[in-house]
Design a protein around this ligand. Structure first.
Ligand SMILES: NC(=O)c1ccc[n+]([C@@H]2O[C@H](COP(=O)([O-])OP(=O)(O)OC[C@H]3O[C@@H](n4cnc5c(N)ncnc54)[C@H](OP(=O)(O)O)[C@@H]3O)[C@@H](O)[C@H]2O)c1
Length: 260
């Protein structure tokens, strides 16, 4: 995650690639964030596991990771919609290991907002978790990330480029996060890289989805299957180390964005 040019030093073992570096992953207790935290930790990073409601799962993840490497994790719980929370989270995460090298903006709320029923509370929640919090976290983290020549990684969505039916507010929020990625890549250069991953279907929504709808999504993907959180974690590792890459949005979607 540090922006040093490639040189002739031999590649370190996979388990030490990110040794001595600290990553903060928001919404990391479960699902995709959990897989990203595991992958960064397996590559040698110290990981700050942020959660909101899933404190028990976050502590379980930390215990598992600590069993493989002691003093390598921290758990911090907060609601990122609270105005002071992003700055406090960055301060606490930076203090835990003395530096910050990677901020992964993974936390997100997701649910339908059909036209005619959209409320201001839904707008505040969906825009707050998917767009406002990533901006405020990146702004708070910028000084620490400049010091380490670190990186920001945003989890966006292919539906930030192509609207998802009945999800106007979520689609708009992710579209904003895509532009935020590109804008911050300019603002924070040359010290800090800012990139994004746009997952396709890697985990079905917890609120449920009909088998028919799932099959339709798979049928529309070039690779004709759903992905996994590990596919996203692999891309996160790539961006953590891609010292010459900034301002990029990588679709990890089985070819759904070139689908039919
Ligand atoms: N799953 C997919 O197939 C898919 C597809 C496209 C894009 N993505 C994107 O990839 C990322 C991860 O996806 P996912 O499905 O794993 O996400 P998710 O389960 O829907 O949400 C991740 C976490 O976000 C946290 N969160 C939500 N609102 C919060 C708030 N106000 N303050 C603090 N934390 C909050 C929750 O933490 P707690 O549980 O601790 O409350 C939740 O566990 C998201 O950004 C998502 O938009 C995922």
């Amino acid at each position: 995650m540090t922006n040093t040019p490639a040189d002739t030093v031999p590649t370190p073992p996979q388990s030490e690639r990110l040794a001595g570096q600290t990553a903060l992953v928001t919404g990391a207790a479960r699902r995709v964030g959990n897989a990203i935290a595991r992958a960064l930790h397996a590559a040698g990073a110290n990981v700050v596991i942020h959660c909101h409601r899933s404190l028990a799962q976050a502590q379980q993840l930390a215990a598992e990771l600590e069993a493989t490497r002691a003093h390598s994790t921290a758990v911090i719980s907060c609601d990122l919609l609270q105005p002071a929370a992003p700055a406090q989270l960055i301060a606490d995460a930076s203090a835990r290991f003395g530096a910050l090298h990677l901020l992964v903006n993974n936390a997100s709320s997701f649910y339908p907002t059909p036209m005619g029923s959209i409320t201001l509370a839904q707008w505040d929640d969906l825009m707050g978790s998917n767009l406002r919090a990533p901006l405020m976290l990146a702004q708070a983290a910028a000084p620490a990330l400049r010091r380490t020549r670190g990186a920001v990684l945003n989890l966006v969505d292919i539906h930030g480029m192509r609207p998802l039916r009945d999800h106007v507010v979520y689609s708009v929020a992710k579209a904003g996060l895509i532009m935020l990625t590109r804008a911050l890549a300019r603002e924070l250069a040359p010290e800090v890289r800012v990139n994004a991953i746009a997952p396709g279907a890697v985990l079905w929504p917890e609120a449920g989805m009909s088998e028919e709808r799932k099959q339709k999504i798979i049928d529309q993907s070039a690779l004709q299957r759903a992905g996994s959180p590990q596919d996203i974690a692999g891309a996160a590792l790539f961006f953590a180390e891609a010292a010459f890459v900034t301002g990029q949005i990588l679709a990890v979607d089985g070819g759904r964005s070139i689908g039919w």
